[in-house]
Design a protein around this ligand. Structure first.
Ligand code: HEC
Ligand code: HEC
Ligand code: HEC
Ligand code: HEC
Ligand code: HEC
Length: 234
């Protein structure tokens, strides 16, 4: 009897808490499933410092691994944004100019050296953000299960400036949790977004090889993704 009002209900609207206590969880879940706006934030692209960090150049053309900069994504709930010293490692005075001495390049990257010299961080604006009442979104669990950044963030390696591709709504989470097989890729490919895009397209088009890889990954998935309210809302 002690868990009629578990702690997580505090964070949800009072109305919901009342209905949950009344035992109508499924009906409410069903209502929100269809009522949550699907494409609310799709396309969101805030104005960024220095015209935006270019993933197409760094992750695409130069082939840098996502984890070089987002180094916590496999270890923690939150993926991190790199500090200016990571950029400075390549963009320090005279370092990159050994390879590119184009004045345009020097000018475009000046904001990095300025921020570094003033010991300030670059004020990147956040693109993807869940509402505060979603208490549990673990990046590391998804990455370890073989869900690629591609499935949730789109083809980042082709983006001159990052924008939001998926709605990040509750129905979006639950759609994949009900049918994760379509999204799973081999663990060592999770950050290889070019490979993943092609592989998942092959699978969707019915390629036997890609379909078999998907089936095997689904069978080896140790836990079923949750659909109980408490898993994400506490
Ligand atoms: C050289 C460093 C670097 C590399 C490599 C890199 N990123 Fe980023 N990433 C950044 C910086 C800086 C930002 C913040 C600026 C922005 O949001 O555009 C960022 C932002 C993002 C965001 C948006 C964060 C938000 O605010 O919601 C996503 C998603 C992302 N990166 C995914 C990736 C993926 C996937 C890869 C690999 C394909 C990758 N990044 C490789 C530096 C990097
Ligand atoms: C591993 C080395 C490396 C790191 C780390 C790195 N860059 Fe770069 N960056 C490059 C190279 C190489 C180029 C030039 C690529 C080209 O012009 O083809 C470049 C180009 C740029 C440009 C010019 C883009 C344009 O449109 O011409 C900007 C701005 C930039 N980087 C910002 C950043 C920021 C911000 C970070 C940190 C989040 C960062 N870089 C981290 C290697 C790096
Ligand atoms: C299952 C979906 C999913 C996967 C897979 C995923 N992300 Fe995310 N990512 C999200 C969501 C949702 C958010 C917003 C989280 C929040 O607001 O708490 C986010 C936020 C981010 C941010 C912004 C963090 C910040 O503090 O500004 C970065 C950077 C990022 N993801 C990078 C990555 C990278 C790199 C990968 C692949 C290695 C990846 N993500 C895989 C869903 C995902
Ligand atoms: C593209 C597929 C996909 C999407 C989208 C997705 N997930 Fe998941 N999620 C998974 C898979 C697969 C697992 C099972 C991982 C495991 O336990 O091995 C999982 C597990 C979880 C877990 C359980 C973690 C644990 O420790 O057992 C939580 C919580 C979760 N997801 C929250 C979310 C939230 C919140 C969203 C939406 C913002 C979301 N997920 C979107 C695929 C997805
Ligand atoms: C897999 C994770 C997950 C599960 C399980 C889950 N939710 Fe959600 N819920 C979310 C996300 C993500 C959002 C949207 C957050 C946003 O818009 O930023 C959300 C939004 C909501 C909202 C606010 C809707 C709105 O439009 O503002 C309510 C109420 C809610 N959930 C109740 C529930 C109930 C009741 C259940 C159980 C039947 C449940 N949730 C199960 C992830 C989940």
């Amino acid at each position: 009897m002690s868990v009629i009002f578990p702690k997580w209900t505090n964070a949800l609207p009072t109305l919901l808490a009342v209905v949950v206590a009344g035992g109508a969880t499924t009906a409410v879940g069903g209502f929100w499933y269809y009522a949550t706006p699907k494409f609310y934030d799709v396309g969101y692209q805030p104005l960024q410092p220095g015209g935006g960090f270019n993933h197409q150049i760094h992750a695409g053309k130069l082939g840098m691994d996502c984890r070089y900069c987002h180094s916590n994504v496999e270890k923690s709930y939150e993926a991190n944004i790199p500090s200016v010293s990571v950029c400075y490692g390549c963009h320090a005075e005279g370092r990159l100019t050994q390879f590119t001495d184009s004045p345009v390049h020097v000018e475009k990257t000046a904001f990095i050296r300025d921020a570094y010299a003033r010991d300030e961080s670059i004020p990147w604006r956040r693109v993807h953000k869940l509402a505060d009442y979603v208490h549990n979104f673990p990046h590391q669990v998804h990455v370890a299960a073989g869900v690629s950044c591609y499935s949730c963030h789109g083809q980042i390696a082709g983006m001159p400036v990052v924008h939001q591709v998926q709605p990040l709504s509750m129905s979006w989470c639950l759609d994949c949790h009900a049918n994760p097989g379509d999204a799973l890729v081999p663990k060592d490919r999770v950050t290889d977004l070019i490979w993943v895009e092609k592989h998942l397209a092959d699978r969707a088009a019915g390629s036997a090889e890609a379909t078999n890889i998907g089936k095997a990954l689904l069978e080896s998935l140790e836990r079923t993704p949750p659909d109980n309210c408490g898993a994400c809302h506490y």
